[in-house]
Design a protein around this ligand. Structure first.
Ligand SMILES: [Mn+2]
Length: 317
């Protein structure tokens, strides 16, 4: 059931022991909104734990500074943040999928799996929804909460470059930088600094990608064998899917990354003209107009053929 800010605030006021779930392959928004909620709940005198299916990767560890892992407890309330579909819970799916009381999200593709869903499809990030929820709760933010919320908005808007960078997103970010946060450093860490392995990965991708439909669609294939040979950790693939869109004239980019043998995680990015959310929906996935994903079974060639058929139609080929 979809609920509003007032009702979501009520649920939070009435719960004392809360598990906060983030999605697998974590990004700045899920980790940022998860820990922002933890800090807020702590301030309200409530017990909570942030549970991340892939752990807090080193890239986002700065957002969890000040987190104190509580002893294991049975939650009264389970809250999922930035999670459009319980399949994104990874290893946590079995334990939690059927018992999520509140989902706080901004994906229009949310399948409404939670008992209550606070969804703002116009929000740039779950962190933007979280900011409004804290307002509704009358909570005063502090530096570490502001740092989490700012990072989520900055990362989900591609540093305020994507079309979801609304006036609202800018205004909230403006209020967040009033706190003592080093936003220049956060953006440098999130957008400029890369590991050597990542630079090697980018070099590999740009020289080995395939292009289709008059060079308007790029396809990147990353098998597990290739990942290992490049010595790149899974967490370092964040943002790779959009890389080909830096090339003039490129309209969409598709990345096929081997998840397990016979299954590929497909990430699609659009420069704005084509709707990749619709394409991914045809394959059982979803997301945003310019950034979406799905899982495809089969060999690499089979997966690629499926994706190219749908992409070709969408691009008028
Ligand atoms: Mn998000």
């Amino acid at each position: 059931m979809q609920i509003d800010y007032r009702q979501a605030a009520e649920i939070i006021r009435n719960s004392d022991n809360i598990h906060i779930l983030t999605h697998q392959s974590p990004d700045g928004d899920t980790i940022g909104s998860g820990f922002a909620l933890y800090f807020a709940l702590t301030k309200m005198g409530k017990k909570s734990a942030v549970i991340c299916p892939d752990g807090v990767t080193s890239r986002y560890a700065f957002l969890s500074e000040g987190y104190e892992e509580p002893e294991q407890f049975e939650p009264e309330t389970v809250i999922a943040v930035d999670i459009a579909d319980p399949n994104l819970l990874g290893d946590l799916k079995e334990k939690y999928a059927d018992r999520i009381d509140l989902c706080i999200d901004h994906h229009i593709s949310n399948i409404m799996y939670a008992k209550h869903t606070l969804l703002n499809g116009k929000a740039s990030a779950a962190c933007e929804v979280m900011y409004r929820l804290f307002e509704e709760l009358g909570l005063e933010l502090d530096d570490r909460t502001a740092k989490c919320l700012y990072t989520g908005i900055a990362t989900d808007t591609g540093c305020f470059r994507f079309s979801n960078s609304s006036r609202e997103a800018h205004e909230i970010a403006g209020r967040l930088i009033e706190y003592n946060i080093d936003f220049a450093q956060i953006n440098r860490e999130m957008f400029d600094i890369k590991s050597r392995a990542r630079i090697q990965l980018e070099q590999y991708i740009l020289s080995n990608m395939e292009t289709y439909f008059d060079e308007r669609c790029a396809v990147l294939c990353i098998t597990e064998e290739l990942r290992q040979s490049l010595n790149v950790q899974n967490e370092e693939f964040d943002g790779v899917a959009g890389l080909p869109l830096q090339i003039q004239g490129m309209e969409m980019a598709v990345t096929l990354k081997e998840k397990v043998s016979g299954q590929y995680k497909v990430s699609m990015r659009s420069a704005g003209r084509v709707n990749v959310s619709e394409m991914c929906q045809q394959l059982g996935g979803g997301g945003h107009v310019c950034a979406a994903g799905c899982l495809v079974n089969g060999t690499l060639e089979e997966a690629k053929a499926q994706v190219l058929e749908i992409a070709g139609k969408a691009m008028g080929e």
